[in-house]
Write a protein that binds this ligand. Structure first.
Ligand code: GLV
Length: 321
């Protein structure tokens, strides 16, 4: 008998077709949002769950799923899942690491360029019919060569950003919970700094840490006070690492120069203050959104789930941290 599986939202079609051929599949919704009450109703009789970072898989939900044996998260981050409870219940949890590293790093570079060269403001200016001719000081931005990029969280994505950013002439400093080996630092040409020193020294600060109790609101008012007035802050990791209200205030008062966000603390809600500011670029969590990457993520999530439900050790098992 095929295992009963709930897929909360659609995957890329080919992967969803394959999942449907291997399991007794129910699709939660083909719309944008599956309300928690509906998710709780649909999970009741399921053995497997394939979900996304926008689904909250907490105690309340897991307790409603007595048959659940495997949760496959189609994301690298797993902060949306109560991992401890899943482990205590013997539920296997998997994620989709590594394959989204390059696309997420590319999007980081896109945000760095969009903020430092004021691309969105300039595009808007053209669309409003305001371009009247070349001018020496039209949309003056900041150049990258010789500037310092401070990376917070030098895991796979942070390291890919470091490599790509060097092609733009950026010097790399980093802060990480665990310092890298001297050999790795040398290969990456990345110098370690304590967080406060990094914040004071960097021209661009890019966040790639995972969200956990230690990193929650890591960048709040006290830390923003250390940052250079000309600095740019980029966040493509998890929204809650930054205190959005404090950041909006810093952008508004000119305490910092610009910011680029792909993630928000209470997605899909965006701090209203940010929406009215010109010196922030706002993206709807599209770090890994290339067709190639999303196809790979979809198949990886499907294969993880099928392996786990077959009692095998899936390739991308998540250990709770
Ligand atoms: C994206 O944010 C992911 O965790 O995959």
């Amino acid at each position: 008998m095929k295992p009963r599986v709930l897929l909360t939202h659609p995957l890329i079609k080919e992967a969803m077709d394959y999942l449907s051929s291997q399991t007794e599949l129910e699709l939660g919704t083909s719309g944008d949002f599956l309300p928690p009450s509906e998710l709780a109703e649909k999970i009741k009789d399921k053995e497997g769950l394939l979900c996304f970072l926008s689904d909250t898989i907490d105690r309340e939900l897991i307790e409603k799923a007595p048959f659940l044996r495997a949760i496959s998260n189609c994301a690298v981050g797993t902060n949306n899942i109560d991992l401890k409870l899943a482990r205590n219940r013997g539920i296997t949890v998997t994620n989709t690491p590594d394959i989204l590293t390059e696309s997420t790093a590319d999007l980081t570079l896109a945000l760095i360029l969009a903020t430092t060269r004021r691309l969105i403001e300039a595009d808007d200016f053209c669309r409003q019919g305001q371009f009247k001719g070349w001018k020496i000081d039209l949309f003056l931005g900041q150049g990258l060569p010789g500037k310092t990029l401070g990376i917070i969280g030098l895991g796979q994505i942070g390291q890919a950003v470091a490599r790509k950013a060097q092609a733009f002439g950026l010097k790399i400093i980093y802060y990480n919970r665990h310092r890298l080996s001297p050999e790795k630092e040398m290969n990456l040409k990345a110098e370690y700094r304590h967080l406060d020193s990094l914040l004071a020294e960097a021209d661009i600060i890019s966040i790639h840490a995972s969200l956990n109790p230690e990193s929650y609101h890591l960048i709040a008012k006290d830390k923003l006070a250390l940052i250079k007035k000309s600095a740019v802050v980029i966040n493509v990791a998890r929204g809650a690492i930054v205190d959005e209200k404090a950041l909006a205030e810093a952008l508004k008062t000119g305490r910092i120069w610009a910011a680029g966000f792909d993630v928000y603390e209470h997605e899909p809600r965006i701090e209203p203050e940010l929406l009215s500011l010109k010196n922030v670029v706002l993206l709807p969590h599209i770090g890994s959104a290339t067709y190639e990457t999303r196809l790979k993520m979809s198949f990886m999530a499907v294969n993880n789930l099928i392996e786990a439900l077959a009692g095998k050790t899936p390739a991308n098992l998540v250990k709770d941290s």
